[in-house]
Every structure is written in C-alpha cells, then in structure tokens.
Write a protein that binds this ligand. Sequence first.
Ligand code: TYC
Length: 102
Amino acid sequence: PDGDGADTNVVIETKPRTKRPPLYKVLMLNDDYTPMEFVVHVLERFFGMSHAQAFEIMLTVHKKGVAVVGVFSHEIAETKVAQVMDFARRHQHPLQCTMEKE
Ligand code: TYC
C-alpha cells in the first residue's frame, strides 16, 4: 500500500514539556565599610523582609561573606541588583549585590 516503500506516516512522539523560566539568586556580599544598619534597611526596603529577618540575613553576610537574599526571574533579579547598587552608590557605601543562575 505504501507504493515505493517511502514512509508517509511518521509519528514523532515528544513529551509535553512546559519549560519554566530559569531562576536567579540575588546575592549580597560583605565588605568592611557599609554600616550594618544600612544593609538591614536595604533588605527591608528592596526585599520586603521584616526587621528581624533583615538583621539575621545581614549578620549571615557579615559572618560568612555572602548570602542569598532572594530568588527571582532574570528581569526581577536584574532590577533588584540595579536598585541596591544605585542606592548604595548614592549613599557612598561600597555594598555589592550580584546575581547568578540557580
Ligand atoms: N561588615 C560590615 C560591617 O562590619 C557590615 C556588612 C554586612 C556589610 C553585610 C555588607 O553585605 C554586607 N560594618
């Protein structure tokens, strides 16, 4: 029935995969000069943390050198980093904030 034998009825089965967008960790880095209260304020203001939460994370960064302060889509992570870096620069603090793919 297929004439010359060419297959005219190939079914390619693929798993129905829904691809989620990659997530990015926003990291806060320790330094020797930025005041602790400033970092706490940044975490409250830009990451919606309570004062107690913010203080705890700030101390983790202070002691360990770095901590994840949130996980977001690429666009939101980029915005958070830019907001923190701009706010720190405007207050002349060397605070560093970066992002990396999860
Ligand atoms: N190490 C700073 C100090 O002793 C405090 C600090 C904490 C700075 C967290 C940056 O991301 C940071 N004043």
